[in-house]
Ligand binder design. Structure first.
Ligand code: SF4
Length: 449
């Protein structure tokens, strides 16, 4: 809320991170990095920017957060009615984030904005977005512009249903300044190169009420093209930052804000390691910065070598997540293109030799894929456990504009194309009519055993 209080003639732009409506949600080092990057760019160009986070876990009216969990933690939540079509799901549906009353009070404490920017994430979270925009429209007369992942993947749906005055798909940094300057009538000379990540200001994370962790995006895009993934659609061009500039940013957040926990958001952190992650990690080690790193986005198994594993361990990596669709390596059956047989055990071996204890390593196993064989999934869980590491089920969510989308639509017991709310991975949308919740519980029990 702070930046808007600086008086000036410049237009005031309010940035809002909306609520999540879902069956489950947890803050695994989540931050609206795209929206806060736009906020930083706008601020750098003289606009007054404020920020309200509907997901704020540290709101002053909330009970104090009792336990620090290395930057993670549960969201506040309130049970709400399930959306149409999902009433039969035997689970509680909630609004994750602050209460509507606190949101309203925080909005009313602000100077009225000239423009409101709202971001979006998962396609099936759009009901939370609609509620957020509804309150913004009732409170202020300023137009609401919507961007982010849902706005990019489901642009027509967003235009038809979100309530936003404008929907801006794609990477916002490319033309946000032109768009905002045209709207506010003030011409701006662009002070950065949208195609060069090293010219961007750091995301305006200082606008958050409390900074429990810092997200790091050291590259954009991914050279692979897994059939279930939208990375290529969302970031068609691969861009990389200068490793030294990343270390400078880590040092900035650590020394100025005392941040210990950093989460890498890259889709392909270890790709081109010799030019990218290796010099970055060597620099971190030489700097003797005492911080912790987490990789909530999976690391590519094939790129975990003895050298990268050792450097990650020395640099302070705490949470290692590996991308492993399934441990049953049948040629022709795989939906990703990044893992080959042997990569898995080799990668885990390198990590263990480097000193990572088993509890720090987890492997994502995709569950709920169209036509997926449960027995194969069970075998994968057993195989991962036999390696001494933690299997983590990553429930598949069908995403428009991906290669398997049509197959998912065909396999689903819901009309996925009619409404993104049915793509929620919590309901196993691609399992057939006889989908059994007992199977899901059995898988969870197997993991915990
Ligand atoms: S490797 Fe990961 S980010 Fe890249 S296409 Fe596959 S799933 Fe997406």
């Amino acid at each position: 809320l702070n930046a808007a209080l600086v008086k000036s003639d410049q237009p005031h732009i309010l940035c809002v991170n909306p609520w999540i409506h879902d069956f489950a949600a947890y803050d695994f080092w989540a931050s609206p990095i795209g929206l806060l990057s736009l906020a930083a760019i706008l601020r750098q160009h003289g606009f007054r920017v404020s920020f309200i986070d509907c997901l704020d876990r540290f709101h002053p009216k909330a009970a104090p957060v009792s336990r620090q969990r290395a930057g993670r933690g549960p969201y506040l939540k309130q049970e709400i009615a399930k959306p149409a079509g999902l009433q039969a799901i035997p689970r509680t549906y909630s609004r994750y984030g602050i209460s509507p009353q606190w949101f309203q009070e925080d909005l009313l404490a602000l100077e009225a904005p000239d423009l409101i920017l709202v971001t979006s994430m998962m396609t099936y979270w759009y009901p939370g977005l609609q509620e957020t925009i509804g309150i913004l429209k009732k409170t202020f007369s300023a137009p609401v512009w919507l961007g982010g992942i849902y706005a990019t993947l489901c642009t027509d749906h967003a235009r038809a249903t979100s309530g936003a005055d404008k929907v801006l798909p794609g990477a916002g940094e490319i033309d946000i300044l032109d768009q905002v300057a045209a709207f506010t009538g003030g011409g701006k000379t662009i002070g950065f190169d949208p195609q060069n990540l090293d010219t961007y200001p750091y995301p305006a994370l200082d606008l958050k009420r409390k900074l429990a962790h810092v997200p790091l995006l050291t590259s954009r895009g991914c050279p692979f093209s897994c059939r279930y993934c939208a990375s290529a659609f969302l970031n068609p061009r691969r861009l990389r930052r200068d490793p030294a500039a990343v270390v400078e940013e880590i040092r900035y957040w650590h020394t100025r804000f005392g941040i210990i926990d950093f989460a890498f958001y890259d889709d392909a952190l270890l790709v081109d390691a010799e030019q990218h992650v290796i010099p970055m990690l060597e620099n971190i080690i030489e700097s003797r910065i005492n911080v912790r790193f987490h990789t909530p986005n999976a690391l590519h198994l094939r790129h975990i070598t003895a050298k990268t594993a050792k450097l990650m361990h020395q640099a302070g990596f705490e949470t290692i997540r590996l991308g492993l669709e399934t441990a049953a390596f049948h040629p022709g059956k795989r939906l990703d293109v990044k893992v080959a047989a042997g990569d898995f055990s080799r990668a885990v071996g390198h990590l263990q030799s480097a000193g990572f204890s088993p509890g720090k390593i987890g492997a994502y196993l995709l569950a709920g894929l169209p036509d997926q064989d449960t027995e194969q999934l069970v075998a994968s869980i057993v195989a991962v456990k036999e390696m001494g590491i933690l299997p983590i089920l990553a429930y598949y969510s069908p995403i428009p504009h991906t290669a398997v989308w049509n197959q998912a639509v065909k396999a689903s017991r819901y009309d996925l194309a009619s409404d993104p709310v049915f793509t929620n991975n919590a309901i196993f949308p691609c399992q057939p009519e006889n989908f059994s919740w007992e199977t899901k519980s059995a898988l969870k029990r197997l993991i915990a055993a």
